[in-house]
Design a protein around this ligand. Sequence first.
Ligand code: AMP
Length: 386
Amino acid sequence: MNHKAIPPGGTLGVIGGGQLGRMFVHAAQRMGYRTIVLSPERDCPAAQASNESIIAAYNDLEAIRRLSREAEAATVEFENIPAAALRFLGRSIPVRPSWRTVWICQNRLREKTFLADRGFPLPPWLPLRDEADLAQIIKHMPVPLVLKTAASGYDGKGQIKVDRRGDIERSWRELGSVKCIAEGFVDFIAELSVITARGVDGRSAVFPTAINRHARHILDTSVIPAPVGPIVTLESRRLAFEIAEALDLIGVLTVEMFLGQDGALLINELAPRPHNSGHATIEACVTSQFEQQVRVTSGSPPGSTDLLDPAATVNLMGELWADGEPDWRALLDFDPGVKLHLYGKSAAATGRKMGHLTVVDRDPETALRRAIAARKAIQPSSHRLS
Ligand code: AMP
């Protein structure tokens, strides 16, 4: 397969129809590319923005053939896409990230094993695949611990925190006795994430480290740069760089980490794509995470990840729609520095990511304070978040 870069004017495919795909499409079009989205869902956020879309299941062979005819390279906007479909597509056009990277990252057992085998720092964990593993965990693993399903877990779904040894078995049954990992509960100081992009020529560009807060297991706020000092910053970025190397990645990779009480970093999970915690890069960095995905998918080297100014992002969840459409006028009047991003989702449900706000400010704490204040201006009185 040739590795010549696809110049603007060419067509890039994105598999998956959510907001990450939508923002990929925006970045691609701004750079002069055409886009084609493959998603099972009509009128999804990415298809609304894209030049073309194919509405079909991810493993629909005819749909993948069409994608390979119409796109010159393809990427993914989430990892739960059948790896076999990506492998099939990869025989015709470059798929970045590769099926193998997606295959590793879509399953916690494979991901943990990959990282552990290469010496990357992880919280203590054991595989939970069958009754024999269960017996080992009950016998040897300290509590509290977290059981996480190996496949298709996200935003805390498919996870149970277990505080008492006697509850481990019942919790696993609650998860359907499916393949899981058991992970030690980490009493972290902070959650960090680092996004990196690696191009066909092996060149990497690592974004500033983000500090993230979750509310009910879903990312709530994210700030760059994380105020964690030069050593943790350097170490977090080194880890992201080295994991991308170990994966032989061509694409964008997000590495979520815990900063422990002892100052050490432990890797929580990987996502082979842009991430909710990287949205501030749109306004705050020379190259956004989506532009980066366009660049490396098309075969160009990654762009500069230099920070122009600190920034904070807060998520707009479906809860904000509890009393009907939020008062956008109130938001836009509130602070002229607030950047509103809405994903075009028609049905607002609890826990559904509907959009986000970003504020750029010379002081990262002020950026966060302003973003939270702006969100408060549109909070229905029945749902106070933070
Ligand atoms: P995950 O889907 O694994 O990223 O988990 C979602 C969130 O649950 C994380 O961002 C943490 O806030 C929390 N969490 C997950 N695993 C652990 C753990 N081992 N210890 C403490 N908190 C955790």
